[in-house]
Design a protein around this ligand. Structure first.
Ligand SMILES: [Zn+2]
Length: 237
């Protein structure tokens, strides 16, 4: 980390300056998150998906033109539309609450009251500071409070929140909060182990580093329970 960045982080941590007081240049390459909620405008859903696709198509076309690309070329002419559709229907579809997975809970008839771990959930997200991919594995766990959830829903919850411009810390928290809400328990844990292309394909160009974030609440704050979870996912602390 550069000297200036270290100083900046220290100042932010000590609350000596607010993030909003800094210019984008001062923040530089730092990945700072401002809150648990994805920052969205109040009127975020005034436009339909089709209207958004058409607007993004126009804007993306402008970006390509500014870059000097010839949009009459057969290979390039479909790109603006393709990118716009991909943004709305795929990689940023998790911004729209309508796409949130509907979760059905089942009664825990077999009285399984131990830990359930769903590990190695593959996800693809995008860094909100650079709009390039973040990808990796999420490991989630909960201890049933009387209800159980279909296993694939755990994957879907991870993927829903991943399909947003993200910072890894917020992604971790959003998944944990959603699990708590739908499972009606505080006993949840989330670990995310991910690679950030903004770190590997540009900037410091470190292809080996990975970022791990974790969240434990309720019974998972108990050291023994936490270690059991880490053992299952094979990540001893
Ligand atoms: Zn980034």
């Amino acid at each position: 980390m550069k000297q200036k960045e270290i100083l900046l982080n220290t100042l932010l941590k000590d609350n000596k300056i607010a993030l909003s007081e800094l210019s984008a240049d001062e923040i530089g390459d730092e990945h700072l998150s401002t809150g648990i909620e994805t920052p969205m405008r109040e009127n975020a859903f005034e436009l339909t998906d089709e209207e958004k696709i058409s607007k993004i198509e126009d804007h993306f076309k402008s970006i390509m033109e500014v870059l000097g690309l010839d949009l009459t070329d057969d290979s390039l002419k479909g790109t603006p539309k393709r990118v716009a559709k991909m943004y709305i229907k795929e990689i940023f579809s998790g911004l729209n609450p309508e796409n949130k997975p509907k979760v059905a809970l089942f009664e825990n008839k077999y009285k399984y009251n131990q830990m359930l771990v769903e590990k190695e959930i593959t996800f693809f997200s995008n860094c909100e500071h650079h709009f390039v991919p973040i990808f990796g594995k999420a490991h989630v766990a909960y201890i049933s409070n009387g209800s159980v959830i279909g296993l694939s829903k755990l994957n879907r919850i991870v993927q829903y929140y991943a399909k947003r411009p993200q910072v890894q810390e917020r992604l971790t928290m959003q998944i944990a909060n959603e699990l708590k809400k739908v499972l009606m328990t505080d006993d949840v844990a989330v670990i995310i182990d991910a690679k950030h292309l903004c770190v590997s394909s540009r900037g410091v160009q470190d292809i080996n580093s990975a970022t791990v974030t974790s969240y434990y609440s309720g019974k998972f704050e108990n050291e023994h329970t936490k270690q059991e979870f880490l053992k299952y996912i094979d990540m001893k602390s």
